[in-house]
Design a protein around this ligand. Structure first.
Ligand code: DQA
Length: 149
């Protein structure tokens, strides 16, 4: 049974009321419910966290490095600013799938650069809630490093 940790970054707790023209009306709770259902169907053990704090996300990555087989992370605004989250991800050997609800490449210039993408196994962006569900599917297929500590 693969163990997957989903990390939602800052302001994603406000989904549903936050800029619905960009992010849709779906709430984080609805996304999480669909992820849990997808996990049950795919025999995945799922943990989900949301944090508005960069250091907390760094600590979650560090503390989960022996538990998780795969990380799915939407670093939200930290995508574009956080060397610390990128360094945490490259410090651990857990394959990471970067997710965005919106297509960051079709938005403002500052959103088109990601500190996380170069250390991610892959990136899924632009499909709203389905970005997460596609990432969950990818998490069932992604090659895992040979030895897990
Ligand atoms: C986001 C895109 C980021 O640029 C933005 O800061 C977010 C959400 C997305 O899921 O589309 O908060 O990561």
């Amino acid at each position: 049974m693969r163990k997957v940790l989903v990390i939602h970054g800052p302001n994603l707790n406000l989904l549903g009321e936050r800029e619905p023209n960009i992010y849709g009306k779906v709430t984080l709770e609805e996304i999480n419910q669909d992820l849990q259902e997808g996990a049950r169907k795919n025999d995945i053990e799922l943990r989900i966290v949301q944090s508005n704090h960069e250091g907390e996300i760094v600590e979650t990555i560090q503390n989960s490095r022996h538990w998780a087989d795969v990380f799915i992370i939407n670093p939200a605004a930290y995508t574009h600013t956080s060397v610390a989250i990128r360094d945490a991800l490259s410090a651990v050997t857990v394959p990471t799938i970067e997710v965005h609800l919106s297509n960051i490449h079709a938005r403002e210039g500052f959103r088109q650069a990601s500190h996380v993408s170069p250390v991610a196994a892959g990136v899924i962006a632009g499909f709203g809630k389905n970005s997460y569900l596609l990432a969950l599917e990818a998490a069932t297929k992604i090659a895992l490093p040979e030895k897990k500590k």
